[in-house]
Design a protein around this ligand. Structure first.
Ligand code: ADP
Ligand code: SF4
Ligand code: MG
Length: 345
């Protein structure tokens, strides 16, 4: 994809159009954290693209770099300690990493928007939820108070908050976890973003509510033809919604595939382990029973394949040579020296 000349509207704002259907293109992205203890490479040469109307799941254990990837796209990493030494994040052909801060701020919300894991700490406890949604329309769309509140009620109804008109004046603590997450979704889609990133949006919720939130996200994504990035450590939660899956391990993409193919026959031992493991929703950063061991310290990633200390299939070559992410079957990428054998197993 080539970066086209910037198109500006009469008001000076950039007009964004997907290029060949591609909304977002992350190319060879690196993110490091420079700390007193040393440099941790949290994102290590990650590339993927997101098309209009597509749902891409990013799957991986805690600490694999999923949230840092999302934060880099949103431009909300604290820099320092974060440093982006290399890479591109193109939104409709425009590199967000070289855009000036003012222009980039204008993309957050109307173009690319994000739902965070923890709805309670993302909402302001001292303001009614309806007011918080309405504020978005007042600030970004210049609506008057009563029109903005009407819009907020309509949006609350759209995300299926019962009795929205009566509850518009209620405070965050007066809603259940699931309802608060619906409010976060309402705020994230208020400005009609082209890309929505949902970072473990259902982790704190019980299984029934998780399924309801996922189907709401799926409906909204189809209705608005958004590009959706679903970040998760639990493939079971996103399998029905995602079209494609990108699997992350120690800051790298280790497998990319269409969701059903990945389910049917994973092409990387790590993905196989994830599929075999039973997620424990009540524990963060747990060891996965089917894999064993822990992800590497990002300041001391082992030579060869980063997964080799935990891999049952590891051979000498795995401890020596880093496997490249390569096409191992049509439309399927894997970073394993023995991917073909894993697929056929
Ligand atoms: N502010 C920070 N300072 C130092 N290291 C960080 C910081 N944020 C994240 N990291 C490192 O980046 C890694 C990836 O984090 P993250 O993307 O949050 O993982 P997850 O896949 O669980 O979302 C972490 O293991 C951590 O080592
Ligand atoms: S390259 Fe070797 S160690 Fe890495 S996942 Fe494949 S078999 Fe396992
Ligand atoms: Mg995370």
């Amino acid at each position: 994809m080539t970066v086209q000349d910037t198109t500006r509207t009469d008001t000076g704002a950039i007009r964004y159009e997907p290029q060949d259907g591609v909304l977002l293109e992350v190319e060879d992205l690196y993110v490091e954290f420079h700390t007193a203890d040393g440099v941790a490479t949290a994102i290590n040469g990650v590339s993927f693209e997101l098309r209009q109307g597509e749902s891409l799941a990013i799957l991986g254990e805690s600490g694999s770099g999923k949230s840092v990837t999302a934060q880099a796209i949103m431009g909300i990493l604290d820099m320092p300690p974060a440093v982006i030494p290399q890479g591109h994040i193109r939104y409709c052909g425009h590199d967000l990493l070289t855009m000036d801060e003012e222009q980039r701020r204008k993309t957050r919300g109307p173009e690319v928007s994000m739902i965070f894991q923890d709805a309670l700490s993302s909402l302001n406890p001292v303001f009614p939820v309806g007011w918080q949604i309405a504020e978005m329309f007042r600030i970004h769309r210049g609506m008057n108070k009563s029109d903005a509140l009407d819009q907020a009620i309509r949006l609350m109804e759209r995300v299926q908050i019962p009795a929205a008109r009566e509850r518009v004046k209620a405070y965050p603590h007066q809603f259940s976890g699931g309802m608060r997450q619906r409010i976060m979704i309402a705020m994230a889609i208020a400005l009609d973003p082209a890309v929505l990133i949902a970072d473990e949006p259902t982790t704190a919720l019980d299984v029934t509510v998780q399924a309801q939130i996922m189907s709401l996200l799926e409906e909204l994504q189809e209705e608005r033809q958004m590009g959706l990035i679903l970040i998760t450590h639990d493939l079971g939660v996103v399998a029905d919604v995602a079209d494609r899956i990108a699997v992350m391990y120690a800051g790298r993409l280790v497998e990319k595939a269409e969701v059903h193919e990945l389910y049917r026959s994973p092409a990387h031992p790590y993905t196989r382990g994830l599929l075999e493991s039973i997620p424990r929703l009540d524990q963060k950063g747990q060891t996965l029973a089917a894999i064993g061991g822990l992800p590497p310290n990002l300041m001391r990633i082992p030579p060869g394949c980063p997964f080799n200390p935990r891999c049952r299939m590891a051979q000498d070559v795995c401890r020596r040579d880093l496997p490249a992410l390569r096409e191992v079957a049509p439309g399927r990428l894997s970073a394993c020296h023995f991917a073909e054998e894993v697929i056929d197993a």
